[in-house]
Design a protein around this ligand. Structure first.
Ligand code: ATP
Length: 279
């Protein structure tokens, strides 16, 4: 039995004439302890996919199973790191993380909550900013709070919706390593949604492209056969990395071209002769 399973998922938005099928026949199976990355174009339905797995929305057709049971509603078992930091602006760094810890471990005592919160705040390097409000932090720091908050709930599965997209290269690299450390140390299962192929190759065991929508569906998977821990500086000289990267980029470019061709077809207007004006 797979840890997370998506079987024949379809998701439509709107009704009647304005109904659009955003996701079409999505099948995905992730084993316990795996790290899978989904790469996709802007607007292809990545967030819709995350929200379905998280239980925030329901599929129009098909089923999402987590540990063999249908997903219904959100759960602490699945921790999501969103692309916008979604922190509570009136709470400090410590309070934002504490709130999550309390929610995930309601029966523990205050000292345990504090210890857990401080552990994750330290891990993302924010101890010096522990009493600051979100508005006093940089974008990178806010995202680090969001990472600490999601991980502090000790979810069985970490789901990341382009969590690092807005960060500078250095902060992004540091956070990638912190997420990988946690994943490896605690043997979690992880799903990363990204538009950065290199990030996917550096972090994941498998990369699956999400073909552009409407009717977005998953493409063939690419296995990343590169030993861990991976060294970013050495990756560029790694033959396996180069080949995998080229294959994925070629595939994405091909489907990008297909999309462009389709777009041209779709905007062709019917022949309109303004008969009334010719008179
Ligand atoms: N609640 C909604 N109602 C109607 N349409 C929606 C809704 N949510 C998303 N969509 C549409 O579904 C499509 C996919 O959106 P989604 O946010 O899942 O894509 P995405 O790949 O995450 O985009 P981005 O990369 O820009 O974040 C878009 O065309 C979007 O306009």
């Amino acid at each position: 039995m797979a840890y997370l399973e998506l079987n024949n998922i379809y998701k439509n938005y709107g009704q009647g004439d304005s109904e659009t099928e955003v996701l079409s026949n999505i099948n995905l199976s992730i084993e316990e302890g795996e790290f899978v990355a989904i790469v996709g174009f802007t607007g292809s339905g990545k967030t819709t996919l995350v929200n379905l797995i998280n239980g925030l929305i329901e599929p129009t057709k098909g089923e999402v199973l987590f540990k063999g049971k249908p997903v219904s509603g959100t759960s602490h078992e699945r921790g999501v790191i969103f692309q916008n930091y979604s922190l509570l602006p009136w709470l400090t760094v410590e309070q934002n993380v504490l709130m999550a810890v309390k929610e995930a471990f309601p029966k523990r005592e205050k000292a345990v909550w504090k210890r857990k919160a401080h552990y994750y705040i330290e891990m993302v390097g924010l101890t010096p900013a522990i009493n600051k409000l979100p508005k006093e932090l940089s974008g990178g720091m806010r995202q680090r709070v969001a990472v600490a908050r999601a991980l502090s709930m000790k979810p069985d599965m970490i789901i990341m919706d382009e969590p690092l997209g807005a960060l500078d290269a250095l902060t992004r690299g540091t956070l990638q390593d912190q997420i990988l450390n946690i994943w490896e140390k605690d043997k979690r299962t992880a799903l990363l949604i990204t538009n950065d192929v290199d990030e996917g190759i550096y972090m994941a065991d498998r990369i699956i492209p999400l073909r552009p929508g409407p009717n977005a569906t998953l493409g063939p998977e690419f296995k990343i056969d590169i030993d861990r821990p991976r060294d970013k500086t050495e990756l560029n000289d790694n033959e396996n990395f180069k080949q995998t990267r080229n294959a994925i980029i070629e595939y994405l470019m091909d489907i990008g071209e297909e999309r462009k061709a389709k777009a041209t077809e779709e905007i062709l207007l019917p022949e309109l002769t303004p008969i009334d004006f010719v008179k």
